[in-house]
Design a binder for this molecule. Structure first.
Ligand code: NMX
Ligand code: MLT
Length: 455
């Protein structure tokens, strides 16, 4: 059978030369740190697991290692030690721009270093040079019903490119384990390069009658080019995309999309298989899909109580949502116990660029109204807004009203973090993940006195 053509791997083509070299110089040192920790402290306990945690989504169980970022319940995310305000201040920006370039976040997540402008420019140039989708991707997507959910199309589009995986081919050819991180890196570079084009293809196919937009000028950055290819050529929207793609990139290792990508990767599946799986997890309404749910809920709210609701009307609407057994989308979090700093960053953007926007006004009112109600109801452990409570109103402002598409943008960004983690998973040669499960019967035998078992 003829083998499909592969993108040329290696530092000169798909890998930004300096980034791959920098990474290569860091890998042995990190491998040695981990080897030493394992040898000297391998028996140290990170967590005791209760029966309630086993049934309760493993909340709070420390049992995995992710290098790229960490979430503090009160402070929020730090990317390799840097907060979101740090990133907005310190990462390179587009000419005349104020928001960080997401290429810089990828460099930071991979290496731990804030990149220079030249390093970011090299990454932009590398990605833009290999961004073209294989011709069969469009053909594959075009065969789907046009109302197929954009997340399904996005995930399928990623899978459709899997035949080009350098990692999978090199594994078949007997690649030594020590080289697998570099093959993962090469794949990650091609995949990341193509995601804006794939996302824009899904958007234009689903909502603009397939009127696709050609890539922007070669010097246009990754996020700016995504905005351009979606068909919104306003500099302000490009800035929004740069901010959006930066802040959604990573949220430590235990969230569903990161954990799924990592788990699938532990079987030495290639990054196309891993990312598609992670994207499928992101498509759940309790995870990334909450960003579309927020706008859908606000639209329903406006249809029910008008475009300029009073505080009392909003309170009644929130109670009605809770009493009908639904969650208030965009509020609560499994780890955070304060307002998500990603919400705050988007609020700052809105205050600067769209202070009078009707939906932003409602989002602001909800920030006053929802937390006391969730506290009063007494169920949610965190009554404060998360990242998804804010993103939709910004997109609507710039004309991206088709909320079913929003989680695709989250997915383009999340790929930065989960693919950086996959590279490190292979660099540290982490084994296949295989925790031990138990049955309810086993738990009863172990913990319930025999006389009390009721079946
Ligand atoms: N509205 C109503 N009830 C809520 C909410 C909310 N926003 N958040 C939590 N609860 C409920 C939750 O459903 C659970 O109820 P029950 O005991 O009946 O099952 C109870 O409060 C305890 O849940 P927590 O321990 O506070 O939350 P958990 O860690 O299980 O889940 C979320 C975290 C984020 C899934 C949850 O807060 C939620 O469903 N929020 C709304 C959806 C959302 O915004 N998701 C996006 C998260 C960010 N992201 O992008 O992934
Ligand atoms: C995320 O960005 O992945 C979400 O906030 C969910 C999480 O961290 O659990």
């Amino acid at each position: 059978m003829p083998r499909p053509s592969h993108p040329e791997e290696g530092a000169n083509t798909v890998g930004a030369v300096s980034l791959k070299k920098k990474l290569a110089s860091r890998v042995p040192e990190m491998q040695e740190r981990v080897r030493r920790l394992m040898k000297e402290h391998g028996d140290a306990h990170l967590s005791d697991v209760t029966l309630a945690q086993a049934y309760g989504g493993m909340r709070g169980v420390k049992c995995m290692v992710t290098e790229t970022s960490a979430v503090d319940p009160f402070e929020g995310i730090r990317f390799r030690g840097f907060t979101i305000p740090d990133l907005r201040k310190r990462l390179p920006k587009a000419p005349g721009g104020e928001e960080p370039l997401p290429e810089g976040v990828f460099h930071l997540l991979l290496t731990g270093d804030i990149p220079t402008e030249a390093e970011v420019a090299e990454l932009t140039a590398t990605w833009r040079a290999v961004e073209a989708l294989p011709e069969w991707v469009a053909g594959t997507l075009d065969r789907l019903p046009v109302d197929t959910h954009p997340m399904t199309q996005f995930s399928l589009g990623i899978l459709a490119m899997q035949s080009q995986s350098i990692f999978a081919r090199r594994y078949r050819e007997g690649m030594p384990k020590s080289e697998s991180w570099a093959a993962m890196f090469d794949d990650a570079m091609v995949l990341l390069a193509r995601l804006p084009g794939l996302a824009a293809y899904v958007y234009r196919r689903s909502y603009r009658d397939g009127g696709h937009v050609a890539p922007g000028a070669p010097e246009l950055d990754w996020g700016g080019n995504l905005a351009h290819r979606m068909g919104v050529d306003r500099e302000e929207f490009r800035e929004l995309m740069r901010l959006y793609l930066t802040i959604h990139a990573d949220h430590e290792g235990g969230n569903v999309s990161a954990h799924t990508t990592h788990l699938v990767g532990s079987a030495l599946s290639d990054p196309y298989l891993c990312l598609s799986a992670g994207i499928n997890g992101l498509a759940g309404p309790l995870h990334g899909l909450a960003n579309q749910e927020v706008v859908r809920w606000i639209e329903e709210l406006k249809a029910s109580i008008g475009n300029e609701p009073t505080r009392e009307q909003l309170e009644a609407y929130v109670w009605k949502t809770l009493e009908s057994g639904q969650v208030v989308p965009g509020y609560g979090h499994a780890v955070l116990r304060r307002t998500d700093p990603r919400y705050t960053a988007q609020r700052e953007f809105a205050l600067r660029h769209l202070p009078e926007d009707e939906n932003f006004r409602i989002v602001q009112m909800l920030y006053d109204v929802v937390p006391p109600i969730l506290e009063n109801q007494g169920k949610a452990k965190n009554p404060w807004p998360n990242v998804d409570a804010h993103s939709g109103c910004l997109l609507v402002h710039y004309g991206i009203t088709e909320y079913d598409f929003y989680t695709v943008l989250f997915g383009v960004s999340r790929a930065l973090g989960v693919l950086a983690s996959l590279v490190w998973d292979r660099a540290l040669m982490l084994p296949i993940e295989r925790p031990k499960s138990v049955t309810t019967e086993w738990l009863e035998r172990e913990f319930v006195p025999a006389a009390e078992v009721r079946h």
